[in-house]
Design a protein around this ligand. Structure first.
Ligand code: TMP
Ligand code: ASP
Length: 234
């Protein structure tokens, strides 16, 4: 596998071509952003931590029968993945109310959401990733109705695999964001699953163990990412 030109640079990752047309290298950066990149910073070694955590979680999900873009971990910051066409839809799964849903609907922080709630956001930075409905997805041809049905089924299944995994490690999976891609007509889980894209609350102390520490200036950011890694990969 020879790494080629950069295909895309996002806020937290870079994607490189390889000598295999079907495969890309996903490189994890230390850059951190919040509030649609209005807040910018660096979380030291975040790229290394998120690559390791994502690798572990993609392996776990593959074992549970969820098809992902993950092929193998190449180095501290690099993962080999299938080259997918990312659907421009961010899928958010919520087990507890916090974050944007509280601002939008005035819910009580920590309210249990059971069965879990699925929300769709249109992946477009220039619009600030707005909340969309299935009708918007259909109207804008972002995905077919069958694909939307699959996104919902897959997201709930992923929640059912991840929730007990984190519970056993003393962490509550509060909410998380998934991205999916198309590969040979199949929907694959793509992007990453990490403290950047999930919210975890320590079950004993309620302490925030995710990117909310950066978003809300809660301190001990690097230590917390390392602690999540220790619990996930122990
Ligand atoms: P929200 O409450 O801000 O809508 O976030 C819901 C979940 O999605 C939370 O776990 C953080 C994650 N998330 C991302 O991964 N990327 C984003 O750009 C945003 C806004 C949230
Ligand atoms: N990734 C987001 C951004 O800066 C922010 C977030 O995760 O809250 O656009």
């Amino acid at each position: 596998m020879i790494q080629g030109d950069m295909l895309y640079e996002g806020k937290a990752k870079k994607i490189f071509l390889t000598d295999q047309p079907d495969e890309v290298v996903q490189y994890f950066k230390d850059d951190a952003t919040a509030f649609n990149a209005q807040k910018k910073g660096t979380i030291l070694e975040k790229g290394i931590v998120n690559n390791k955590i994502s690798t572990r979680l993609f392996e776990l999900l593959e074992q549970a029968g969820v098809a992902t873009h993950f092929l193998k971990k190449l180095s501290d910051r690099e993962m080999l993945a299938r080259r997918v066409k990312i659907l421009p839809i961010e899928v958010v799964i919520r087990n507890r109310a916090t974050g944007s849903i509280i601002k939008r609907l005035g819910l009580e922080e920590g309210l249990v959401i059971d069965p879990p709630l699925i929300e769709f956001f249109y992946k477009d930075d220039s619009l600030g990733d707005p909340l969309i409905t299935e009708d918007h997805i259909r109207m804008m041809n972002l995905a077919t109705s069958d694909q939307v049905a699959s996104l919902k089924t897959l997201s709930l299944k992923i929640n059912e695999v991840l929730k007990p995994f984190f519970q056993e490690r003393g962490m509550m999976l509060v909410d998380f964001k998934l991205e999916f891609g198309l590969w040979n007509g199949q929907i694959l889980l793509a992007d990453e699953i990490s403290p950047d894209t999930c919210r975890f609350w320590d079950i004993q102390t309620g302490e925030r163990m995710d990117k909310d520490r950066f978003r809300k200036d809660l301190g001990r950011i690097e230590e917390t990412y390392q602690e999540v890694l220790r619990r996930v990969c122990a």
